[in-house]
Write a protein that binds this ligand. Structure first.
Ligand SMILES: CC1=C(/C=C/C(C)=C/C=C/C(C)=C/C=O)C(C)(C)CCC1
Length: 288
């Protein structure tokens, strides 16, 4: 799987050398709105499939209402306390990316796992931010009104790198992964983020390194294997939620007047709102 992901990453990077800036933006959007959103479109079914002990005693409709309530709550928080919500969003996204990457390679359900996964994810974000500073400053400003100082980026990167190295050394016996390979993946990520513009670099990581493996895990969890049959079932089951999410994004974009400069902030705040419940769902299935 990882070998396929490396090949896909280099193929994607090669492809971008033929694209104009708008072509790159369109490719990023297509990736995020198709595979990216899809990997969160089956959350209700995942919740319904949890084992008795982990499941809340709720019907599909109740789950759906709760899910929508959490999304709305996230959106309201973003509106009322944007900077705090953004930091929270980056924090739980970091954990979520790290959890996906390290599950199976590091013993779960321990504080060490939670801390390590979060620091790993923060390091990935620090790499994205470091190589795209002007764009990140702009998006953060549009989202929160806060002017991120450029002096933030290098320390954020090196503090997280330092923590990652220290934690890897301290917890060495807990890992079953190969650190040389892990360092190589990080180099590849750094390469992507330094070559591709912000939205495309993020899209490559989010889709190839997070959404595709997560889809694989979810399909295995739901149907026992990954085959054309189980993939078809997954797609049919997620179609409604996927279309609803896209429709929601379109409506929001329409209401803010379809302004180009607001597209990235809207896209990221939309991603944030739907990420909050999704992280909780995946955490539950990982427990199982
Ligand atoms: C890249 C980026 C940001 C963070 C994006 C995040 C945190 C995305 C997380 C997505 C997830 C976890 C999706 C669900 O699976 C900011 C801070 C908005 C600033 C601009 C660049």
């Amino acid at each position: 799987m990882k070998a396929i992901m490396i090949v896909l990453t280099f193929f994607a990077l090669w492809l971008t050398s033929f694209l104009s800036t708008s072509g790159e933006n369109i490719l990023a959007l297509i990736l995020i709105l198709t595979i990216g959103i899809l990997h969160g479109s089956n959350d209700i079914r995942l919740l319904l499939n949890l084992k008795e002990g982990l499941r809340l005693k709720m019907s599909k409709q109740q789950y759906l209402l709760l899910y929508i309530a959490v999304v709305l709550l996230g959106a309201i928080c973003f509106y009322l306390i944007p900077l705090v919500t953004l930091m929270f969003f980056v924090g739980i996204s970091a954990y979520h990316f790290g959890e996906q990457h390290w599950s199976g390679k590091l013993k779960k359900q321990s504080i060490f796992f939670t801390v390590y996964a979060t620091v790993y994810g923060l390091f990935i974000f620090a790499l994205i931010f470091y190589f795209n500073q002007p764009e990140v400053v702009e998006v953060v400003y549009d989202l929160t009104g806060f002017q991120l100082p450029t002096a933030f980026f290098a320390p954020f990167l090196f503090v997280n790198l330092g923590l990652l190295v220290i934690l890897s050394v301290v917890g060495y016996q807990k890992f079953s992964g190969n650190f040389v390979l892990e360092a190589f993946y990080l180099l590849v990520f750094g390469l992507i983020f330094s070559i591709a513009p912000l939205i495309l670099g993020f899209a490559f990581y989010f889709v190839i390194w997070h959404s595709l493996p997560s889809l694989y895990d979810q399909i295995t969890f739901l149907y026992g294997d990954v085959s054309s049959g189980s993939l078809r079932k997954y797609l049919i089951n997620s179609l409604f939620y996927w279309l609803a999410a896209l429709f929601g994004l379109l409506v929001i974009y329409y209401f803010i007047g379809g302004e180009d400069s607001l597209f990235l902030p809207v896209l990221f705040s939309f991603l944030a709102a739907i990420t909050f419940p999704h992280v909780f769902v995946i955490e539950q299935i990982e427990r199982e």
